[in-house]
Design a protein around this ligand. Sequence first.
Ligand code: SF4
Ligand code: FES
Length: 238
Amino acid sequence: MSPDQAAPTFSLDGEDLPFEPGDTVLGAAVRAGRYIPHLCWHAGFSPHGSCRICTVKVDGRMGAACTTQARAGAEVESNTEELNLQRKTLLQMLFVEGNHFCPSCEKSGNCLLQATAYQVGMEGPHFEEFYPDRPVDASHPDILLDFNRCILCELCVRASRDVDHKNVFAIGGHGIATHLLVNSESGRLGDTTIALEDRAASICPVGVILPKRRGFALPIGERRFDAKSVAEQAEPDA
Ligand code: SF4
Ligand code: FES
């Protein structure tokens, strides 16, 4: 495209949004500072398309904004009552499937799941809680793993494989039994080569992979999403 050629655009909730060739709807929206709710997408990684929180309507058809290519002239709807209600239901299912006790979670205020739930107006779990009992893995000297909060976004899997080149994490099982795995013979994190500096150690959008001995260093109330809602942050998952 020559410099004087205008970038192609699509409309997002009625407003024109420029995009670059190869952009997805979500990628273009985030670059332009426009918010489309999402959990498993991260700017630094290839899209995964699993959480479906980013579902939008493109010319009337539902699709995940993180995997749908931007197309000139397309009309994308995202911030509608219907789509936000659907997102709320998905979030409520995620909340009851794990143990997400925000007031006692070290990630509270920095958690993308919590921030997204606030954003779509989720006020309670609605469904019956599963209350899973998954043992915490405290075997690593610097990193704690609380499986009870995993939303199976696979960001740690992608970060460990593609950035750290260590393959520390994997997702196993099927359906309701799908779960996070640690790739070591013992299945314990302490028997892997993961280090606190690894990308996988800091990518978790919820409170599963946590650094030890840093709990509540910044008080709840002064954290990232306490200051500004997820919709007001240009890169909410950075
Ligand atoms: Fe996603 Fe965190 Fe679960 Fe990994 S541990 S799959 S980053 S929620
Ligand atoms: Fe698009 Fe998860 S952010 S499916």
